[in-house]
Design a binder for this molecule. Structure first.
Ligand SMILES: C[S@@+](CC[C@H](N)C(=O)[O-])C[C@H]1O[C@@H](n2cnc3c(N)ncnc32)[C@H](O)[C@@H]1O
Length: 273
């Protein structure tokens, strides 16, 4: 697992960065050697050392050696399902207001990318419950979570179809990343405490529209907002200072809403935004 500030031990994830800024992610094992284009990097030379050093292969290849950050872990870990990108995870944490001690339910677990961020944010007093229907994704996500965070007693996985069943009560925060979030929110909404936040990650406009209609029909939500984020990386290299040529552009829309009990105030008839 990743233990910032501690010397590397076997079982810890590590990231190598080459001179072209390419990143390579692996798990440290005694006696193992990572081969990067013919450069041999023995794990035994890393175990016991603090992160943040330059490792030189016998052929002269130089690599920066770090513990992966959460952002790197999410991008580089083995994927089962498509992950939520760091740019969106960052916004989810703040707009869904994931706080220490919260009881958070996420649907679906996928590769466990969002789950890693949620577990860090709720801390040891909080709980994260993940719904997932595919057992192969569950196995992969468990490995990813173990590699990054180690054993987490406050994380539970339910192999359940969220469209059919929702077992938790008094939920503080609900995160939806399933193909039909309108069905998931319908099952879950009676189990959210008043003031709870539901945040849905929705890739397409048609899904977004159907989801928004469902929130409206259920009459149990207020303070609804939808947005997307574009993160544009820059190349800053001596005389070449400009946006990079490639970026991850569209990923998904985020819709955030709050659970309301009783009748909410009706919206004015004409609104410009
Ligand atoms: C895009 S992935 C989630 C990725 C995850 N948020 C992450 O960051 O790694 C969507 C997941 O929802 C699961 N899923 C789809 N329908 C479901 C349902 N009805 N109940 C529970 N999980 C479901 C899929 O198997 C898939 O793993």
């Amino acid at each position: 697992m990743s233990r910032p500030g501690k010397p590397f031990a076997k079982g810890d994830p590590v990231v190598f960065i080459d001179r072209k800024e390419r990143e390579y992610y692996t798990i440290l094992e005694r006696g193992k050697v990572t081969d990067i284009r013919g450069d041999q990097l023995p794990h035994d030379d890393i175990i016991g050392r603090q992160e943040g050093f330059v490792m030189t292969s016998q052929r002269g290849g130089r690599y920066l050696v770090f513990r992966p950050t959460l952002e790197q872990h999410v991008r580089l870990m083995p994927r089962g399902a498509q992950v939520i990108y760091p740019k969106d995870i960052a916004l989810i944490l703040i707009y869904a207001d994931i706080y220490p001690g919260a009881k958070v339910v996420e649907c679906g677990l996928g590769s466990g990318a969002l789950t890693s961020a949620l577990l860090r944010a709720v801390g040891p007093r909080g709980r994260v419950i993940s719904y997932e229907i595919r057992d192969d994704f569950i196995r992969n996500a468990k490995k990813n979570l173990q590699n990054f965070l180690g054993e987490k007693k406050n994380h539970e996985i339910r192999e359940v179809d969220i469209y059919e069943r929702f077992e938790e009560r008094e939920v503080d925060r609900l995160l939806l990343d399933v193909p039909e979030p309108w069905r998931a929110v319908e099952t879950a909404f009676p189990h959210l405490r008043p003031g709870a936040i539901v945040c849905a990650y929705i890739p397409t406009v048609l899904q977004l529209s159907q989801y928004a209609e469902t929130l409206h029909r259920l009459r149990g939500f207020g303070a609804v907002q939808t947005f997307e984020t574009l993160l544009r990386p820059w190349k800053v290299d001596h005389i070449s200072v400009r946006p990079k040529l490639r970026m991850v552009a569209h990923t998904a829309f985020l819709t955030v809403a709050r659970r309301v009990e009783g009748t909410k105030p009706s919206a004015p008839k004409e609104q410009s935004e």
